[in-house]
Write a protein that binds this ligand. Structure first.
Ligand SMILES: [Zn+2]
Length: 638
């Protein structure tokens, strides 16, 4: 019925739609537009736009923790149409950098979807303190106690519900984009087509599925981290669609466990399978099941899917960017993408020519500190527990001598240090005073982390290298790395400025969020990070290695080539919106990458053959089979 109404609108006002989307799609000279517009008035088909199903399907493909230099570093390994779809057959931008200072997963995915930075979309980190919602722990960027999870295996019944197994998690909170303060390109596509376009987000991680897709998405799917089954939230629906249940019970999960050499029915799916190439093919197969099950690319307007591949991040934190495992992961993904793109070519009406794909990442990563230190870089780590102790001691001395109050909240994660608002308020100290005091005490607290009096290097270690022979590494002949505070900013400073009139000022302005209560943004020197317990390296900083990501486009409007010069991940939403003929997302600050557009008159789309939609999903095993095993609440990962 809705579809009939939609078609009626087109029948009544075809020229309005055609005219409003005919111009400015290409960045080509005005004369080309003019000529194209005239040609169209005669017999040419309407220009490509989301309103007339051009393309059939748009995909935003995000590789979690994938630095911009990887595709150059491993380029010689690539075969067929995996990464080469972008490098050889698409428009590729090797110099793409996020323009903000908080390069974590949740803000990265929100930025890609909204085309805005943290000051526009509100997501500053993966987790933060929100004392009004929870006094005992941080809340995650997407958890939402007003909703419940959908599709959790029985093993995940929370302890406060009947039938909960021993060791069950305390709660089974749902998720939603409640903290996302801006619309996404998917939201705008839904609005523009009055809900006709379908929009989905998928990932292993809830935040990476939910945030790039947006508030109006039809659904987002991610995995229960213990079992690996795909789940969603009552924010979207009250029960899983049949195709998801079929995928969950198909034996595909067991196959992933085998491929990853993980135990059958492991209760650590996220950690054990998630860090292997098997997780990427598991997700891409789920994407195929989604496209088939929801009949994406099969109707009168453009559909959109955001796919965030998590495996690279889980592995990268453990092994670092320079390990052989990273190269193996990239090479495997090259093959897996080739398989996925070939599948799209066969299963989307008209083939890959009717698909647009954007490729990017949510952030890069730093080298492992000890690796950087080996070459002489001052890559120290900061023990945040000790830093908190030192700050608490100094603040007590200042405001409550002789007492041991906890003015700094526990479980800190850089680049933020959160203050215990209620403790300060009890002492009659307001936000401005509290943040200023902590900021003032911070340099001494960081300096106190320097290892006990550094010994000068032994003079006999300083042996000049014989030409041609490997000499001593700088790390063997120099003082050990020591923590250095580069800059710090209070929440109030970030909110109100003034910002320096430089690129650094813009970067800071882009990093502000009202979420997180009272806080200080703490920026150590480059290549430094907090001391990590179970992983080796991370990403969080304003430095290039954390901000550099790939940016590639494939699709009919894009002129293949390598495009040098700085671009940003926010440009994806702006560019897709412009080409789709829809509004940019509500807080979008991206640029339209028109330098990579073909002239409008040259953009053509294959005519789909009238064949019934393929139904090849392997839904073969027993519906209703429920997995067993303990299922802790989703842990948070950087
Ligand atoms: Zn990430």
């Amino acid at each position: 019925m809705r579809r009939i109404a939609f078609l009626l609108v087109f029948a009544l006002a075809p020229s309005a739609f055609a005219k409003s989307h005919s111009a400015d799609q290409t960045g080509a000279p005005a004369a080309v537009h003019h000529a194209a517009a005239h040609a169209k008035d005669a017999t040419a088909p309407p220009p490509p736009s989301a309103y007339n199903d051009h393309p059939k399907l748009a995909i935003i493909l995000v590789i979690d923790q994938f630095r911009g230099d990887y595709l150059d570093r491993y380029r010689a390994d690539f075969k067929n149409r995996g990464f080469n779809l972008f490098l050889q057959h698409g428009a590729y931008f090797p110099d793409c950098y996020f323009d903000y200072a908080n390069t974590k997963t949740a803000p990265g995915h929100a930025t890609i979807g909204t085309g805005a930075y943290t000051d526009g979309h509100g997501i500053a980190s993966n987790d933060w303190w929100d004392l009004a919602r929870n006094q005992e722990r941080t809340v995650s960027s997407v958890e939402d106690e007003r909703y419940r999870l959908v599709g959790e295996p029985d093993s995940s019944i929370p302890a406060n519900q009947p039938g909960a197994p021993p060791g069950a998690p305390k709660f089974l909170t749902g998720s939603s984009p409640r903290n996302l303060l801006a619309s996404t390109v998917g939201d705008e596509l839904r609005l523009a087509t009055q809900g006709q376009a379908k929009v989905f987000g998928i990932s292993l991680k809830d935040r990476a599925a939910i945030l790039p897709a947006g508030s109006a998405a039809n659904a987002a799917y991610w995995i229960d981290p213990s079992s690996g089954y795909f789940v969603t939230s009552t924010f979207y629906m009250s029960q899983l669609p049949d195709w998801v249940t079929a995928f969950n019970t198909s034996g595909r999960k067991a196959q992933a466990e085998q491929e990853a050499n993980a135990p059958d029915k492991t209760t650590q799916f996220y950690e054990l399978v998630g860090r292997t190439p098997a997780a990427n093919s598991y997700e891409l197969d789920f994407a195929q099941a989604l496209i088939t099950g929801e009949e994406l690319g099969q109707h009168d307007v453009t559909d959109l899917v955001t796919i965030s591949l998590s495996a690279n991040d889980i592995l990268g934190h453990q092994m670092g960017p320079d390990s052989n495992y990273e190269e193996q992961m990239v090479d495997s993904l090259d093959t897996q993408l080739d398989t996925f793109f070939t599948w799209l070519d066969k299963n989307i009406p008209g083939g890959l020519g009717n698909v647009w794909i954007a490729l990017t990442a949510d952030h890069g990563v730093a080298p492992i500190p000890s690796t950087a230190a080996r070459y002489g870089i001052n890559a120290a780590t900061l023990d945040l527990n000790k830093l908190t102790e030192a700050l608490d001691y100094a603040i007590n001395m200042k405001f409550s001598p002789g007492e041991k109050l906890n003015y700094i909240l526990p479980h800190q994660e850089l680049p933020y240090i959160s203050l215990n608002q209620s403790e300060f308020m009890k002492a009659g100290i307001n936000e401005a005073e509290a943040e200023a005091a902590v900021q003032q005490l911070l340099p001494a607290a960081v300096a106190s982390l320097t290892p006990t009096p550094p010994e000068p290097p032994p003079t006999d270690a300083i042996v000049p290298a014989t030409p041609g022979a490997p000499g001593p590494q700088p790390s063997e002949t120099r003082l050990p790395p020591h923590p250095v505070l580069f800059r710090s900013y209070t929440r109030e400073q970030l909110a109100d400025g003034p910002y320096p009139p430089t690129p650094w000022g813009t970067l800071l302005a882009h990093s502000y969020s009202p979420n997180g209560g009272w806080y200080i943004m703490v920026i150590p020197a480059d290549y430094q990070m907090e001391t990590l317990s179970s992983i080796q390296t991370t990403h969080f900083s304003p430095y290039s290695y954390d901000r550099h990501v790939p940016l590639g486009f494939y699709g009919a409007p894009f002129a293949p080539g390598i495009y040098r010069g700085r671009v940003e991940p926010v440009d994806i939403a702006a560019t897709f919106a412009a080409l789709m003929g829809i509004n940019q997302p509500s807080a979008s600050v991206g640029h339209i990458l028109a330098q990579a557009f073909r002239p409008a008159a040259d953009v053509t789309y294959p005519k789909p053959k009238p064949v019934p939609p393929a139904r090849t999903h392997r839904a073969t095993t027993h519906a209703g089979e429920t997995p067993r095993g303990a299922s802790p609440k989703a842990t948070t990962h950087p």
